[in-house]
Ligand binder design. Structure first.
Ligand code: ADP
Length: 200
């Protein structure tokens, strides 16, 4: 089964963990814009030099930059049978650009999995991580950026009937089981309208 998925959720909601599990299970690539951008910074490429200041401050990099990056990545042959987008789209213009790309490829998204976690839990999780942008002030700013710029995607995808709510506060295996249930339900129906809350 071809599977085109988006993982949506605040920083620290477990998108990366779930993306890795899904990638292994369905043998489709997980595409994490944050990882791609950090790799560019580490390699000291011209792109890396442009984006470093945004990452350090916990700001989003410009839409056109990540849209180009995803456009190229989705033309790679390993995405032919599906992909998991982790951290993209993060703004409404990015979501619109993705929709346009997928229309051109004639492969609409199968589902947008929204990992719901409350802000306090996210702060605690990220406080235990040791990435450069996981310092408290930057974490708080990334949460604000999420609420302002990314949270509007919840209703954007709800309106398309693609949003699936997942309780991201549960342990990773339980979250994975809830996601599996959603994916199974996709192959059974062609996807009814509205959002469903899945717990297991
Ligand atoms: P997290 O989900 O924990 O915030 P990510 O690795 O997804 O971590 O993102 C880290 C940073 O990379 C973001 O704070 C932002 O600066 C940049 N970034 C990642 N994806 C995007 C995107 N789609 N649009 C703009 N900036 C992005």
């Amino acid at each position: 089964m071809d599977l085109d998925l988006v993982l949506l959720g605040p920083p620290g909601s477990g998108k990366g963990t779930q993306a890795a599990m899904l990638s292994e299970k369905y043998r489709i690539p997980a595409i994490a814009t944050g990882d791609i951008l950090r790799a560019q910074v580490e390699a000291g490429t011209p792109l890396g030099k442009r984006v470093k200041a945004y990452l350090d401050r916990g700001e989003l990099v410009p839409d056109s930059l990540v849209v180009d990056l995803i456009q190229h990545r989705l033309s790679d042959p390993d995405t032919q049978h599906g992909f998991i987008l982790d951290g993209f789209p993060r703004t409404v213009p990015q979501a619109q650009a993705l929709d346009a790309m997928l229309v051109a490829l004639d492969r609409p998204l199968d589902a947008v999995l929204y990992l719901q976690v409350n802000p306090q839990a996210v702060r605690e999780r990220l406080g235990q991580r040791h990435r450069g942008d996981d310092r408290q002030g930057i974490v708080d700013h990334r949460l604000d950026v999420f609420l302002e710029q990314t949270a509007p995607l919840i209703s954007y995808y709800q309106d398309q009937g693609k949003l699936k709510l997942i309780d991201g506060a549960q342990p990773p295996e339980v979250v994975a089981a809830a996601i599996d249930a959603v994916i199974r339900s996709l192959s059974e129906s062609s996807g009814g309208p509205g959002a469903a809350t899945v717990r297991s």
